[in-house]
Design a protein around this ligand. Structure first.
Ligand SMILES: [Zn+2]
Length: 98
């Protein structure tokens, strides 16, 4: 499974069309909140379960998306954060559509 098309419609969502024709749409706030990098994972662990982070515009604006091999995309955010590697199955799990 690989992305055929990756888009950021209206700068609000990440849209992926996969090579099996399935689709994934993830809200950018959710994508940033669940950033899989070690720094963000540690931060999440230190917060209470009910904590709702408030993001600045730069933190939820994507500046670059790069494919990593055959298994993931790396997302660079406008605030400079670029260590999140989103593996394809993880992304599919975040999708708002089935
Ligand atoms: Zn992160």
């Amino acid at each position: 499974m690989k992305p055929a098309i990756i888009k950021v419609p209206l700068k609000k969502n990440l849209y992926v069309k996969w090579d099996d024709n399935s689709e994934t749409i993830v809200d950018l706030k959710k994508l940033r909140r669940l950033c899989p990098c070690a720094t963000c994972a540690a931060l999440r662990d230190s917060q209470s379960k009910t904590f709702i982070p408030i993001f600045s515009e730069n933190q939820i604006t994507i500046s670059n998306i790069e494919e990593i091999g055959n298994y993931a995309i790396s997302i660079s955010w406008k605030d400079g954060h670029n260590t999140g590697i989103y593996e394809f199955p993880f992304l599919k799990n975040l999708s708002e559509i089935l």
